[in-house]
Write a protein that binds this ligand. Structure first.
Ligand code: SF4
Ligand code: SF4
Length: 478
């Protein structure tokens, strides 16, 4: 019997190659965005938040607490001081709680009000707006800047460009010095940097962050938001139809088009016109260069500049404001925004729980840690007095910012021979390590493995009652 297997020719007939023109377009170079400055409610809000955060960022590392820098994240010595709180690698749970709280705060705010973090509080936006403000001081408003860039180099263009870049570098340098000042004593850093006496790593870090700030806020700007920031990519997962985002009311705005200034709002419908006069101001003020009239786009950072610009236009035309506004999809379609909804409530509950846990962890934190490490060479031994002896290494970590004397005691047995120092002195931030022996009368040992507790407490300071108790085991042959 012969049966033939059907064969089909699957060789690709034609390999598609993009046309050169299309290839060029796909990888076309970035066209520069000349952002027009705008005044309005949201610009004022951004300046307000910008000033607060910039002020805090600049001033906080200069605060002193208890004779030392109040906020010092000393990575080399693995010690983070934040006013009265000193954190060590052992306090990693606090860092984990803080990150979880930050993440859920971001989820909550984004679900409620879209990317307002990006538009109003993100350092990239704050610094970009500062750099744009400086640019306008030296090169003028948007139209002047376009003309300046188009004309050949002359003295006027040269000094304007030089002054702009010098001011950018100065702001970037101060930013970098302040930022690095959170990780190393800031007063010494400023002096050492300007006297060329800074260590290699301090100098390198300052120059590195200066270049980053100058590059990000001066040159890259919206590229950071649209191509590099991961938050832009996953924000849409948090949006729903009740999220407030900057939106254009197409029903009201279309058909867009120019019209005489004196055309009354009531007569627009007769002329087949909507409220949008197609002035393009909303596009010119956008720091990411998009046209919000094309709908919600991932490049939009919810900065509200287009809202301010359009409200100004509506005001001049005598039309109601709000053609572009912070609104929800439901509201845009004629419905109402549901503020209390399951997703938002869920985020709020998790956020509240995590904030409570973080607060509890900070409030109940004891600035003292005791690690008990058993001797692995011998489980127990009998000493010359016939007592059973166990050997441990005690590690006492003084997590406070003060030196303390500590008393060591053993709990769990009526009679104990403690061989080792019962009082020790540990400097702030230091670890004291000592091998000790605990010997117990065998008549008191009822089991081969018995519970025992070692207690360490501060002595010689009536104002403090810092103490920790750590359980361990006492082994014998019984
Ligand atoms: S600013 Fe307002 S009126 Fe002008 S183009 Fe934009 S949406 Fe239309
Ligand atoms: S579209 Fe409007 S809100 Fe969005 S980034 Fe541009 S100016 Fe800001």
């Amino acid at each position: 019997m012969t049966e033939r297997i059907p064969v089909r020719d699957t060789t690709p007939i034609k390999v598609h190659k993009p046309e050169p023109a299309k290839q060029e377009k796909r990888y076309s170079s970035r066209s520069r965005i000349y952002v027009r400055s705008v005044e309005g409610k949201f610009e004022n809000i951004r300046r307000f938040f910008g000033l607060i955060f910039m002020g805090m960022f600049a001033v906080l590392p200069w605060f002193q607490y208890d004779g030392q820098q109040a906020i010092l994240l000393d990575i080399m010595n693995q010690r983070f001081s934040i006013f009265a709180l000193t954190l060590w690698p052992q306090d990693l749970t606090l860092l984990a709680y803080t990150l979880i709280v930050s993440a859920f705060a971001l989820f909550f705010v984004t679900t409620f009000a879209g990317r307002v973090w990006c538009g109003f509080m993100c350092p990239q936006t704050t610094w970009t707006f500062i750099f744009m403000w400086l640019e306008e001081r030296f090169e003028g408003a948007r139209n002047k800047r376009i003309k300046l860039d188009q004309r050949p180099m002359d003295f006027d263009k040269f000094w304007r460009k030089s002054a702009k870049h010098a001011s950018w570098v100065l702001v970037a340098l101060l930013t970098a010095l302040t930022f690095v000042g959170y990780f190393t004593p800031i007063d010494a850093l400023f002096i050492n940097f300007f006297t060329f006496d800074a260590s290699f790593w301090a100098g390198f870090s300052v120059i590195f962050f200066t270049v980053c700030t100058y590059g990000n806020a001066g040159w890259m700007r919206e590229i950071m938001c649209t191509h590099m920031c991961p938050y832009a990519r996953f924000q849409s997962a948090m949006f729903d139809k009740d999220t407030f985002t900057v939106s254009y009311d197409a029903k009201r705005g279309e058909t867009r088009g120019p019209r005489p200034r004196k055309l009354a709002h009531e007569d627009l419908a007769d002329k087949g016109l909507g409220d949008c006069i197609d002035c393009n101001l909303c596009v010119q003020v956008c720091p990411t260069g998009i046209d919000i009239r094309n709908g919600l786009q991932y490049e939009c950072i919810n900065c509200g500049s287009c809202v301010d610009a359009c409200d100004g236009v509506m005001d001049k035309m005598g039309y109601p404001k709000g053609l572009i506004s912070f609104t929800s999809e439901h509201e845009l379609n004629g419905g109402t925004t549901k503020i209390i909804r399951p997703k938002l409530v869920g985020y709020f509950i998790v956020l509240t729980v995590m904030v409570s846990l973080l607060t509890f962890d900070i409030v109940t934190r004891v600035p003292l840690e005791l690690d008990i490490i058993r001797d692995r060479n011998s489980l127990y031994r009998e000493n010359n007095d016939g007592f059973i002896e166990n050997v441990y290494t005690l590690k006492i970590l003084n997590k406070s910012q003060q030196d303390y004397r500590y008393k060591i005691s053993v709990l769990g047995f009526e009679e104990v021979d403690f061989i080792g120092d019962t009082e020790v002195f540990v400097s702030a931030g230091e670890v004291y390590s000592q091998p000790v022996s605990v010997a117990i009368n065998p008549d008191l040992l009822t089991d081969p493995v018995m519970d025992m507790t070692i207690r360490v407490e501060v002595i010689g300071d009536d104002n403090t009652s810092i103490a920790v108790e750590e359980p361990t085991k006492f082994l014998s042959r019984r």
